[in-house]
Design a protein around this ligand. Structure first.
Ligand SMILES: Cc1cc2nc3c(=O)[nH]c(=O)nc-3n(C[C@H](O)[C@H](O)[C@H](O)COP(=O)(O)OP(=O)(O)OC[C@H]3O[C@@H](n4cnc5c(N)ncnc54)[C@H](O)[C@@H]3O)c2cc1C
Length: 391
């Protein structure tokens, strides 16, 4: 086995890991930083819908890690982490390379959860990565004749399901009928009231069929089987089913059982793994003990990334670590082509203004925003001055 010795290792370079790395660099600690990710590009998932609808080009929101980390003093390697030993402080990559660490930051994000429902893996489309959106777009674009059914079922009326349903409707309304299936009686269960109301209005205006109180029990190659509150099973032929109904943490194997809640790793208020103060865990895969659950969002992951960098610096300098607190900066939902709803910082907007604001705010969150945006999306920066007061 080859052996590399690096002191701070960050596994996963999404919203949490990338932010941790970039903030750590600012502290100029006397440690090497190694970032490992299975992918070669950053994925700005909140704008995946706009890439799908061609309102934004994929290269605008998927910068390569090589370009992000170039000249930063941070080493990036593309590889998948298969195994971590927290007791002996090493991890194993998929090509069997062993990497030792003194400090570890784990931020591997999440992927769709099929809840073991029959047929989901085999027959559903997903919308979690750029690859998924390319695959779905190809399928919908290339179809000339829809065959037995023109129905596209989108499962789950959380933000992903609602945002995707609005885009698919706006893009393909002459070809497909969009149906959202939601197992509870409400859409956007964890969202702000204003965004919920705007989304409901939008769904109604677009005539998107919303099947509340329906659960998926099985998907076959031709039909989707749903059950309602009365346990009556109904079958529908479909053109496609897109699964946006839940996520599960991406976790490598560990040398021992660690404490989890809902499959998420239990951590303390300083974002450290219990009993392993040199290991920090953040973003979609983490749950702070005795805290109510934070939303599973990029906003939380980014703030935790920054906080992990700070606590790591304090730890290295033998200073007292600080507990993480989430600063809710509001919530933004895309509601079709050129439309969105924004709620937060004491303000609410919907329609075209919210759409522009959403893009501007997300643009300002892009890694290396200064260099990247100037060359790619200068129109956003031009508009940014309009919103200076609220950004
Ligand atoms: C379609 C969609 C839309 C969304 N919209 C919003 C939104 O509008 N607002 C919002 O706040 N949030 C949104 N989210 C949620 C947000 O994207 C996530 O909460 C956020 O990305 C979590 O950050 P993270 O750092 O935990 O994980 P991620 O950003 O997912 O990063 C995890 C990284 O780890 C890498 N990785 C995984 N396993 C391994 C391994 N074993 N070895 C090496 N690398 C590994 C992955 O390649 C990835 O780069 C959306 C998500 C989706 C799917």
């Amino acid at each position: 086995m080859n052996n590399i010795k690096k002191l701070i290792v960050i596994v996963g370079s999404g919203f949490g890991g990338l932010n941790a790395a970039l903030h750590l660099r600012k502290y100029n600690l006397d440690y090497s930083i190694l970032v490992i990710d299975s992918k070669s590009q950053f994925e700005f998932k909140p704008l995946l819908y706009e890439v799908f609808s061609d309102e934004i080009k994929s290269w605008e929101v998927n910068p390569s890690f090589d370009s992000i980390y170039a000249n930063s003093g941070i080493t990036f390697i593309r590889n998948h982490v298969n195994f971590i030993d927290f007791d002996k402080n090493y991890l194993i990559l998929e090509d069997n390379l062993k990497v030792e660490f003194e400090y570890l930051v784990l931020a591997t994000g999440s992927s769709p959860n099929d809840f073991s429902i029959k047929g989901v893996k085999e027959y559903c489309s997903f919308f979690n990565t750029n690859k998924d959106q390319i695959k779905l777009k190809k399928l919908l674009d290339k179809t000339i004749s829809v065959g037995k059914s023109n129905k596209i079922f989108i499962i789950g009326a959380g933000p992903s399901g609602v945002e995707l349903a609005c885009k698919v409707h706006d893009l393909y309304k002459s070809k497909f009928e969009v149906i959202i299936v939601e197992k509870t009686s409400e859409i956007l269960n964890n969202s702000k009231t204003f965004n919920k109301e705007e989304a409901e209005k939008s769904i109604e205006k677009k005539n998107i069929n919303l099947m509340k109180n329906y659960s998926v029990i099985e998907i076959t190659d031709e039909e989707i089987l749903l059950t309602n509150n009365l346990n009556k099973v109904e079958k529908f032929p479909y053109f496609d089913v897109v699964w946006t109904a839940g996520i599960k943490p991406n976790l490598p194997e560990f040398n021992q059982q660690i404490q989890k809640i809902n499959n998420k790793i239990l951590i303390n208020k300083n974002l450290q793994l219990n009993d392993y103060p040199n290991v920090f865990v953040l973003g979609d895969i983490s749950q702070i003990a005795s805290k109510h659950t934070y939303p599973v969002t990029a906003q939380v992951a980014m703030q935790q990334g920054e906080h992990v960098a700070l606590n790591l610096k304090l730890l290295i300098n033998n200073e007292k670590l600080l507990p993480f607190t989430f600063n809710d900066n509001g919530e933004m939902i895309s509601l079709g082509i050129g439309e969105a709803s924004v709620s937060g910082i004491g303000l609410t907007f919907s329609g075209k203004l919210a759409y522009d604001l959403r893009r501007i705010i997300y643009a300002s969150k892009m890694p290396k925003i200064d260099k990247f945006l100037k060359s790619t999306a200068s129109w956003i920066l031009e508009k940014k001055s309009i919103f200076k007061s609220i950004l």
